[in-house]
Design a protein around this ligand. Structure first.
Ligand SMILES: NC(=O)C1=CN([C@@H]2O[C@H](COP(=O)(O)OP(=O)(O)OC[C@H]3O[C@@H](n4cnc5c(N)ncnc54)[C@H](O)[C@@H]3O)[C@@H](O)[C@H]2O)C=CC1
Ligand SMILES: O=C(CO)COP(=O)(O)O
Length: 342
């Protein structure tokens, strides 16, 4: 079926998702804040800052007119960084209706309110009905999606009809979409893996090896699952694409902004220097603070997150953080997976 779709956010992920939709012959409007960028995309069919050297489909049209972009289409894909939402959500709310269906592809948790993206959207967009909201997540770097390399993701919604509608809209031979109704698990898996990816990058930056990275991934998954289940997620979601799938790709891919920022920190850059060098959003930094606060609030043990918090926000030496993780009290593995407060 053909859909009119508006994509909000013309960074790397918004552009790559727009390309998938345009390949599927959907009528895509890509909204950006930048007039220069919109003109360039429409004239040259390229978005060089974010998607290098790959031409955009000619049926992908960019605009800076948010009102037009929102009122013309019932289907919205929201892909701006999580820090933009408190400003953007109330503005979007002005121009949507109770019929509007939104899928967001944002991977972060707000460190002040401790709200996930869905909760922020439902709070600041009262016209958006909870059953009309979906989440797109999973192992999917924009750089590979734009090259039409095989990618699989999950679209999760409380409404299976809404999840299936977005599945139908996005799915093609290069981009396989599964549905899932565990919205909490899908959202937390996507946000929390960025913390562990920062850690994997730091580990590589310090010169540690594959053993250390595999341990971070495995024990990272344990603490992501522990917090997720405590907050109401289905544990099996963390064994899926939005859990271990995304964790693996983000901890091991040269495309990951979080991994690369972590590597710069491990190599001796300050956190500020590392973020500045990325020139793209590094969601894991804010999410580390949010997850650290959530772990304290809910008495859920998250040792890797805690050490990352100390490195990022209290200037702790990264090597010392690893030593502290290695020197934790002796444990049984299965008991350690389950333990909430130890
Ligand atoms: N890049 C990727 O491969 C993937 C990214 N994501 C997620 O997608 C979200 C967006 O990430 P990217 O596209 O990578 O970021 P990016 O840094 O490539 O682009 C961000 C875009 O948002 C715009 N923006 C920034 N602040 C804004 C504001 N206040 N209002 C409106 N627009 C604003 C920027 O101008 C830019 O166009 C993040 O939550 C990220 O975790 C998820 C999966 C894959
Ligand atoms: O979520 C992602 C891939 O699935 C993107 O991760 P980064 O933001 O670390 O690049």
């Amino acid at each position: 079926m053909k859909y009119g779709v508006t994509v909000l956010g013309a960074g790397s992920w918004g552009t790559a998702l727009s390309m998938v939709l345009a390949d599927n012959q959907q009528e895509v409007t890509l909204w950006t804040r930048s007039q220069d960028q919109a003109v360039f995309i429409n004239q040259y069919h390229m978005n060089p800052k974010y998607i290098k050297d790959i031409p955009l489909p000619h049926n992908l049209i960019a605009t800076t007119d948010l009102e037009m972009a929102l009122t013309k289409n019932q289907y919205i894909v929201l892909v701006t960084p999580s820090h933009s939402l408190y400003d953007l959500a109330p503005i979007i709310n002005q121009w949507i209706s109770n019929e509007t269906k939104i899928v967001h592809a944002i991977k972060g948790i707000d460190p002040e309110s401790l709200l996930c993206v869905s909760d922020i959207l439902l709070t600041y967009m009262p016209k958006l009905l909870p059953e009309n909201l979906a989440i797109l997540s999973g192992p999917s770097h924009a750089e590979e999606v734009a090259l039409r390399k095989p990618t699989t993701v999950v679209i999760s919604s409380k409404s299976i009809t809404v999840a299936e509608t977005f599945q139908d809209m996005f799915m093609n031979q290069n981009f396989r979409v599964y549905t899932n109704t565990d919205t909490i698990g899908v959202e937390l898996g996507g946000a929390l893996k960025n913390i562990i990816a920062l850690g994997a990058g730091i580990s590589d930056g310090l010169g540690y090896g594959d053993n250390a990275k595999a341990a971070l991934i495995t024990r990272g998954l344990a603490e992501i699952t522990r917090l997720g289940v405590h907050l109401g997620a289905d544990p099996s979601t963390f064994a899926g694409l939005a859990g271990v799938g995304d964790l693996i790709v983000t901890c091991t891919s040269i495309h990951s902004r979080n991994y690369r920022a972590g590597k710069l920190i491990g190599e001796g850059n300050t956190v500020e220097e590392a973020i500045a060098k990325m020139e793209m959003v590094v969601e894991g930094v804010r999410t580390t603070k949010a997850a650290y606060e959530l772990s304290k609030k809910h008495h859920v043990t998250m040792p890797i997150t805690t050490q990352l918090y100390e490195i990022l926000f209290n200037n702790k030496n990264a090597k010392e953080a690893v030593e502290n993780l290695m020197a934790r009290v002796k444990k049984d593995e299965v008991e350690a997976n389950l333990s909430i407060e130890k």
